[in-house]
Ligand binder design. Structure first.
Ligand code: HEM
Length: 367
């Protein structure tokens, strides 16, 4: 959610988020070419995309950015995802870009990314359509966190997942976290229970979708990119059927349900409903699962943090009556827990980059 992400993204050099503004000057290289930051355009067509996408540890910016920043500075030119690009790891410039969203810059994803996300994705659309879809998503997110059963349900699900770990000699935590967050999102967005046969199928499609999202965008049979485009099409059809089925069933739709939100904001068509559902499921499950994995990773390295977390949780338990469910108010009181989450978000690297296009020539600090 944007409110969540910005504080982390603005910690740029520590938080490791990146922006990709497409300065128009780069498309018109004859204009004041000397003002373009240093850098390398790499190979024809693929530019430096392969180096940029090389996997690296989540608590580092990776060797590509390390090398480029030390060679060219925190703002450099490159050629990524088929386009000339300015890469900024500069806190001030990134703040400037975000503050001028819709004025000097707008969200703009390269065509291959667009083919995966879909033309109605909130990360792609701009202007009034973006406002309309965002309104639905934000309406749902703010209602859903107030649902009285949410924290109690999350608590029960976490305990049951942790119990299942006890029977295993080794746990692939990030994978398990993804199953957990997908179950939560499916329950609250589409009212699908974890044991529903559709749940693992939808998770599988999202996993394929994400692999292709961060892969070289080459469409040939069997490539991660081609698999992702197909997975997206399957998700569109599965979620479309589910939403239609729910709408036609006449079953009670509660406040805080995604369906309540899309029906209340009546001016949203079937294609847009499915696209918002995919956006929310994707945005909510992938980032949250990776954040959980990062938190566990950092806690594993700091026994004193673990002790302080236990202390905070046990103190909360002592204040509650036996069997009394966990609530939003309890969650708000867990100050240390919340700091641990924020610090993991700041030190880890969840949203490595996002794309922006310059709407007119932009000068920043003489560049
Ligand atoms: C640690 C957790 C999260 C991180 C790091 C994160 C990161 C991001 C980033 C970087 C973007 C901006 C992409 C762009 O503008 O190009 C974004 C947008 C968005 N996120 Fe999150 N996110 C997180 C959690 C969530 C959750 C839990 C939800 C919903 C349940 C969510 C819903 C959204 C939505 C709807 C957008 C699109 C907003 C718009 O275009 O106006 N995010 N997120």
């Amino acid at each position: 959610m944007v409110g969540l992400l910005l504080p982390a993204a603005l910690g740029i050099f520590i938080g490791l988020a990146l922006f990709f503004p497409y300065f128009r000057k780069l498309f018109f290289l004859k204009q004041e070419a000397s003002n373009i930051p240093n850098g390398s355009m790499g190979w024809p067509f693929i530019g430096e995309t392969i180096g940029f996408l090389m996997p690296h540890k989540s608590n580092s910016i990776g060797s590509f950015l390390d090398n480029h920043c030390s060679r060219y500075g925190r703002v450099f030119k490159s050629h990524l995802f088929g386009y000339p690009t300015i890469v900024s790891c500069d806190h001030e410039l990134n703040t400037f870009i975000l503050q001028n969203e819709g004025k000097l810059f707008q969200s703009s994803y390269p065509k291959p990314v667009l083919d995966i996300l879909g033309k109605l994705s909130m990360m792609i659309v701009t202007g009034d359509l973006h406002k309309k879809l965002r309104n639905v998503a934000v309406g749902f997110i703010s209602e859903f966190r107030l649902r009285p059963d949410l924290f109690c349900h999350l608590d029960k699900m976490s305990i049951s997942v942790m119990k299942s770990f006890q029977q295993q000699r080794q746990v692939g935590f990030c994978k398990e976290a993804k199953k957990y967050t997908m179950s939560v999102m499916l329950k609250y967005v589409l009212d699908i229970e974890p044991e529903d046969p559709l749940a693992p199928q939808i998770l599988e499609d999202f996993l394929t979708f994400m692999k292709g999202f961060v892969s070289i965008p080459l469409y040939f049979p069997g490539s991660p990119y081609a698999k992702a485009v197909k997975a997206r099409a399957r998700l569109t059809s599965t979620l479309g059927d589910i939403i239609k089925g729910k709408e036609e069933s006449g079953a009670e739709i509660k406040k805080g349900d995604f369906l309540y939100e899309i029906l209340r904001k009546g001016n949203i068509n079937d294609e847009e409903k499915v696209s918002v559902a995919i956006d929310i499921l994707l945005a909510g499950y992938e980032t949250t699962a990776e954040l959980l994995a990062l938190v566990v990773y950092y806690i594993g390295k700091s026994p004193s943090v673990l002790d302080q977390l236990k202390e905070e949780h046990q103190a909360l338990k002592r204040r509650k009556k036996d069997g009394e469910p966990l609530t939003l108010e309890d969650y708000k009181q867990m100050k240390f827990t919340s700091n641990v989450i924020s610090e993991s978000l700041r030190c880890g690297n969840l949203a490595k980059y996002f794309h922006r296009k310059a709407l007119q020539d932009v000068e920043f600090k003489g560049l």
